[in-house]
Design a protein around this ligand. Sequence first.
Ligand code: GCO
Length: 447
Amino acid sequence: MIDTQFPAGFIWGAATASYQIEGAWDQDGKSESIWDRFTHMPGKIVDGLTGDVACDHYHRWQDDVALMKEIGLQAYRFSVAWPRILPDGRGQINQPGIDFYSRLVDGLLAAGITPFITLYHWDLPQILQEEGGWASRTVSEAFAEYTDVITRALGDRVKHWMTLNEPFVSAYLGYELGFHAPGHTSREEHVAASFHLLLAHGLAVPVIRSNSPDAQVGIALNLSGQVPASSSLADRAAAWQSDGLNNRWYLDPLAGRGFPLDIIQLYGNPLEFIRPGDMDTIATPIDFLGVNYYTRKVVRSTIVPEAENAPREVFINSNLTDMDWEVCPEGLYNILGRLYFDYPFQNIYITENGAAYPDQIIANTRIDDPQRLAYLKSHFEAAHRAIAAGVPLRGYFVWSFLDNFEWAYGFTKRFGLTYVDYPTQRRILKSSAEWYRRVIAANAVID
Ligand code: GCO
């Protein structure tokens, strides 16, 4: 029997995000977010749907907390919607917004579930996009003000905070590729947004500490190993560049190493928006790094013609999720090990890991999801191996507690431990949730 007992005190949880589950997009004083604006534009979302209602968590949160308790979650990672708190992006506080999150935090604590809050999971107040959004330094400063308001309100009860979720996705998909809100297609805006997001993070850390004594403060990055398709120099160079774009552009400044020179040269951007002291602000020490891991990337050179490159040695396996992402638990082990040996972060949480599969209701009462269970089991085992190798992994949040709005994919992808029948908003625990309950109880990977 493989020992898969996790350390005492290891935290097992699940994660969501405000725009993806809350709904109530225009209720109780909340203003429009860039995702409200984006999803209301025709042709942006695969199924043409929006997060206007989503999982209606805003009204159903008490039942959802009861469901979290039934699964046995020890912690719950969720995000606060900035437009509920400061509808103008700054200034006037919307008390009903504060009250919603305060009630949710009290409900979680009463259920014995530790709240982990993400301050920004992509739903920027639209009014701030009007002044340039993350391409503007003024929004970094507004984020510090928003952080002050919400941490003053909740900082007595919430002791685990993440400033941002996946700044890479916000900046690259939102401002250069255009697949995410605000749907811009500018390399210059992407690079500026990546900097202003990191600056916002650095400005927010001391604010959190002053309003939430003894809090653990971190940031959640999407990280994935970039594996060369062959041992050719071209593929190894391509993989290193992809690692710089995806991983080092964020990891290095947070670790106090500044932006990676190879990527600055690739961008050809003199980064003139950086002011004296900004990089030190970004490198403000944090207590943990959150890792959102889903799969690895196999990188093939696009410069050397295929016929002139070495034969491929690394292939994507055929075990794909509904997102067409390769199931690769080894990739989780590798990224955690790389962080342990290459970076100074003293604590790591897996703040997202999970899989989408086309779940079906059986006899209207049950959902068997053996593929998701197998995915999670293999990744829990990889995490256990990483801990055994010395990685300071402190907890694991499954993405996601609920099926929810999967951004540009709308509701076509189901990541939840809990099935949501959207027309009725009925929640049904999947078999993976029942298995997860037993994993948590045992604090070990079980069959
Ligand atoms: C992300 C986001 C989540 C996604 C999840 C599945 O990592 O993209 O944090 O909101 O829904 O990762 O794609």
